[in-house]
Design a protein around this ligand. Sequence first.
Ligand code: GLU
Length: 285
Amino acid sequence: METVTRFAPSPNGPLHLGHAWSAIVAHDLARARGGRFLVRIEDIDGARSRAEFAESALEDLAWLGLTWDGPAIRQSERVDTHAAAVEDLKARGLVYPCHCTRAEVAAAARKIGPDGPVYPGTCRDAAFVPTGPVAWRLHMDRALAKAGPLTWYDELAGEQVANPGLFGDVVLARKDAPGSYHLAVTLDDAADGVTVVTRGADLFASTHVHRLLQALFALPVPQWHHHALLLDETGEKLAKRRGSPSLFDRRLAGEDGRALADALRAGQLPSNLTFSRLANGGENA
Ligand code: GLU
């Protein structure tokens, strides 16, 4: 089977070195296997997405010497399919409306999951009829019963037993977007024919939820490749908020993007950065 990978940035800010590494891993993996490398701009967060960040991201990738197959895909063009999938789950009684705010969830939660406070189920049995926009949450117990036991395979960490219950009743449709990250990324990876989902190890646990959604929608099951993250001197992953230099800044300063990509490939990181360990204890890609 042909290998298809993708890099799927959210255009909420400029790309940094961590994004560059993620794109290089996905690109090189596809090229090494004679497959295809796709770019998908995950621009469904209307409040945070900006067209100029999407444009700049594509210029950054070209500057790094990466090539992708076909035009960049825009996730915002898929929102109808995201909405239709939620309607399907509504009809099957697998989602329910929730009006709780983030602050209410944080205050009422009794557990912390991979994404933060686990929703305690406040609206699960409330049976209210929404009059305005609300979030729709997966009824995790029913979904787990429907799907049965599941496993998934990470190329670096090996076979995993899916444990989506860690997340509780996750949001699948947001008040302000037809699909949440978990829903949109799962549907779109299937729509794009992705066979190896490459992304940072910080999203490792999310795959438990994605595997469950694949089962509920009878989607093909890819493999995963969760690569190491670039960490800064405090041991935290690079984040735009923390002021790490953007690729845009480097490009504007006249730096050679191809040389930078080759240095990362060779494990030559700027002196303040290190690679995180992987879920299986190993390092690097
Ligand atoms: N759009 C997500 C992000 O930028 C990544 C999605 C994924 O690779 O699964 O964090």
